[in-house]
Design a protein. Structure first.
Lengths: 144, 243
């Protein structure tokens, strides 16, 4: 009766509508004014602002990204392998090899989306690119 | 009683003004119509917002300025310095997707971004553009993007293909994300709308769900435009700042 109900709301809303489960995190537009002020203050003087990592990670933007990243990587890679097999007559090796490469690429994308936009494709840490600014500085950037 | 729900009917492309060039079908469709509406609305908003520019902005001006500041900040923080050149591109892209998404939520309208060919074309423009920018700025050096640093040579045989793959998958993830979200959302709206139409007095329940869904879809519409634009910025950043 009533007993069963309390367990539901928190988790269920996410599970019931898998495609829409990204609705949880707050809208990034909500803190627009605050961020604009921050940006105005920041623009003076700093030649190269860091990517707004905190914003992305907390915002729903990230949630939207990683969901599809993994699946699409595998599907596209496997499809490519299958097409290569048809073209070169190497069935089934292209499909197999590219499937695993796709899994790798998918994991890499998800890892990068979660662990840091700070890493460009070449997985070079960003502090090397940004002429010596330590990455630690901007982890606490928004608390300051 | 049979429920007649055709949730996918709303995505049908209709030729409003049939046009053919040779064997090429370039008809003006409902999709093109809503693209035109989006572009006209954006242009109107920006013209209206900047026509009488005042120090203390009026309503339209503050909307236009807010959009501008929002995207400018996004480009600055995510694409790094030197990316201001690409601000007009990102701004256009963001506004077009945002308006297409929002226009699609109006009943009886058509959602341009629910067609993968549209989102893929947008993503392909981003992908090709970013690649060209990278090659122009860095020449052959651009290929270093695919070679991770400080990795044993043996592993490179595995990692370079993975990097290449994850680079070339970008236009697909970018387009499928937007397209799938719009398609799924609008299909769901249509399904619950169809329930509401079919069950008589019980219609309250699907209707209530639909109201909640419209709110969710509003969020998704704005958020997807934001995600598309921010990923464009991040890709630009890769191309501009590789060393």
């Amino acid at each position: 009766m009533v007993r069963a109900v309390p367990a539901m709301p928190a988790g269920m809303s996410g599970i019931a509508l898998p495609d829409m489960s990204e609705s949880g995190p707050p809208d990034p537009l909500a803190r627009l004014g605050e961020r604009l002020d921050k940006a105005r203050a920041r623009r003076n003087g700093k030649p190269m602002p860091e990517p707004d990592n905190a914003d992305l990670q907390r915002g729903a933007g990230l949630g939207f990204r990683i969901g599809i990243e993994f699946v699409v990587a595998i599907v596209i890679a496997t499809g490519l392998g299958w097409a290569l097999d048809r073209w070169l007559g190497t069935r089934p090796w292209g499909t197999i090899v590219l499937f695993f490469l796709g899994v790798g690429a998918g994991m890499l994308s998800v890892y990068r989306a979660v662990a840091g936009i700070r890493m460009p494709v070449g997985s070079r840490p960003l502090d090397k690119i940004d002429s010596g600014r330590k990455p630690k500085d901007d982890w606490d950037d928004d608390e300051a | 009683m049979a429920l007649e729900i055709q949730p996918l009917e709303q995505f049908t492309i209709e030729r409003l003004i049939p046009l053919h060039i040779g064997r090429l079908d370039v008809s003006y469709t409902n999709s093109a119509l809503f693209m035109t509406i989006a572009v006209v609305l954006i242009t109107a908003l920006m013209l209206l917002g900047t026509r009488r520019a005042a120090l203390v902005p009026g309503r339209w001006q503050s909307v236009a300025e807010m959009m501008y500041e929002f995207v400018a900040d996004m480009v600055d923080t995510n694409a790094g310095h030197g990316a201001r050149d690409f601000f007009p591109f990102v701004f256009t892209l963001f506004l077009f997707i945002l308006f297409s998404n929002l226009l699609g939520l109006i009943p009886y309208s058509f959602t341009v971004t629910s067609h993968i060919i549209v989102t893929f074309a947008l993503a392909a423009i981003v992908f090709i553009g970013v690649t060209i920018v990278g090659i122009v700025r860095h020449g052959w050096h651009f290929l270093r993007l695919f070679v991770p640093e400080g990795v044993p040579i043996v592993l490179l045989f595995l990692l370079v293909p993975i990097e290449l793959l994850s680079y070339f998958i970008r236009p697909f993830t970018l387009s499928i994300r937007l397209f799938a979200n719009m398609l799924a959302g609008h299909t769901m709206l249509a399904i619950f709308g169809g329930f509401a139409a079919g069950v008589g007095l019980l219609a309250f329940f699907p209707l209530a769900i639909n109201i909640a869904l419209v709110g969710l879809e509003l969020l998704v519409a704005v958020l997807q435009a934001y995600v598309f634009a921010i990923l464009t910025c991040l890709y630009l950043r890769d191309a501009l700042h590789l060393h």
